[in-house]
Design a protein around this ligand. Structure first.
Ligand code: SAH
Length: 353
């Protein structure tokens, strides 16, 4: 494994077979991989871990993604929408705590027209001009993405979920694999920094599928990469299946870091939900972003992608303090700045060739 790892560390690429062999070797002994991933993060971002405030503003969803607890077909879920003022209040609370970066996430909720979203984004930017706004609201058309970008949102998280077309169609009824990937390209064209990523441990997903997910990311070169374990939600058709593995998720995250050294990679809540030490393990395996929750408690408990979501009982202040402690205990530095991606410096001489 050492030769392959060194090559990955130095050249940031491997072929399909090499990636497969590396994953198998890392399942025996992941530490060398994790160390190099952490070293790579430090080389570009130092010891900073960027903290973004997550605002889950609606759990209404028109989709039926089989794994997801807020899917339309889940009738047992109490639905909510935050008002524009409530969303603004979350940002105010965040600003008081020191935040400069927000992630607005929701199901695909048709209530939020372009006009409403543009107004929300403009109001946030008026009151907090320096803050970065990321959206995670699913698929929309190009003109919608353009309007949201022009209003002042600059980042958009849209996981590709799986690079296996068959699995994608199995788990996303009435959705299109190519359409989702086209959305990522449209987002980039509209000007956004984009976040792609995938679920680990979906029923029927193979090692080869995970390798394809990594190769997809390498090719797309997103600024942000979200990788998390599948967690079975009892009120979904996948309720009876096994959760994804934390170990494999960490290995995927570390390899993603080495393939895309400049990317921003969160230690996801799903990782922490599987195991409380998961977050610090992810930070020591190449992750450099965390997203504590700013959603009001009454709403947050209903944003139930999966059960037993970590940190659900904490208020915004507690959530932030806990996360800061985890970061410090991992020997890293909490950073409440915007946490912009480091951009590749293009060598003008070589660019001419
Ligand atoms: N509607 C938005 C946001 C979706 S929720 C969108 O389509 O992008 C954010 C992410 O949570 C999803 O992309 C999915 O990868 C993840 N997720 C949903 N249900 C999950 C589950 N049961 N276990 C783990 N992750 C889940």
């Amino acid at each position: 494994m050492n030769k392959t790892l060194t090559r990955l560390f130095e050249q940031h690429q491997l072929n399909r077979q090499e990636l497969t062999d590396l994953i198998i070797a890392a399942l025996e002994n992941p530490q060398p991989l994790f160390r190099l991933a952490r070293e790579t993060t430090a080389r570009h971002y130092g010891d900073s871990v960027f903290i973004r405030g997550l605002i889950e503003f609606s759990n209404y969803c028109s989709r039926n993604c089989l794994y997801c607890g807020i899917q339309r077909a889940n009738r047992s879920l109490d639905r909510y929408r935050l008002t524009e003022d409530e969303i603004l209040d979350c940002c105010h609370q965040g600003a008081e705590l020191g935040y400069n970066s927000y992630v607005l996430q929701s199901g695909e909720d048709g209530y939020y027209t372009d006009e409403i979203l543009v107004r929300i984004i403009r109001r946030i930017k008026q009151q907090f001009p320096k803050a970065a706004i990321a959206l995670s609201i699913g698929e929309r058309d190009f003109s919608s993405y353009q309007q949201l970008y022009r209003a002042g949102a600059s980042r958009f998280l849209l996981r590709h979920e799986t690079a296996n077309q068959h699995l994608y169609h199995r788990f996303h009824p009435q959705m299109s694999f190519t359409e989702r990937q086209q959305c990522l390209l449209n987002l980039r064209k509209a000007g956004f920094n984009i976040g792609a990523g995938f679920l680990v441990g979906l029923p029927g997903q193979s090692l080869a599928d995970l390798v394809d997910d990594l190769l997809f990311l390498k090719q797309l070169q997103p600024e942000m990469v979200g990788i998390g374990p599948f967690i079975a939600h009892p009120e979904t058709p996948l309720g009876g299946y096994k959760n994804g593995s934390l170990e494999i998720t960490l290995i995927m995250l570390a390899i993603a870091r080495l393939l895309l050294p400049l990317s921003l990679i969160p230690a996801t809540t799903a990782v922490t939900t599987l195991k409380s030490a998961g977050r610090s393990q992810a930070l020591l395996a190449g992750a450099n972003v965390v997203m504590p929750n700013l959603t009001p408690t009454a709403a947050k408990v209903k944003y139930e992608l999966y059960k037993n979501k970590a940190g659900i009982a904490d208020d915004s202040q507690q959530a932030l303090n806990k996360i800061k402690d985890v970061i410090l205990q991992a020997g890293l530095i909490p950073d409440l700045g915007r946490g912009d991606p480091v951009k590749k410096i293009i060598n003008r001489e070589s660019a001419k060739c």
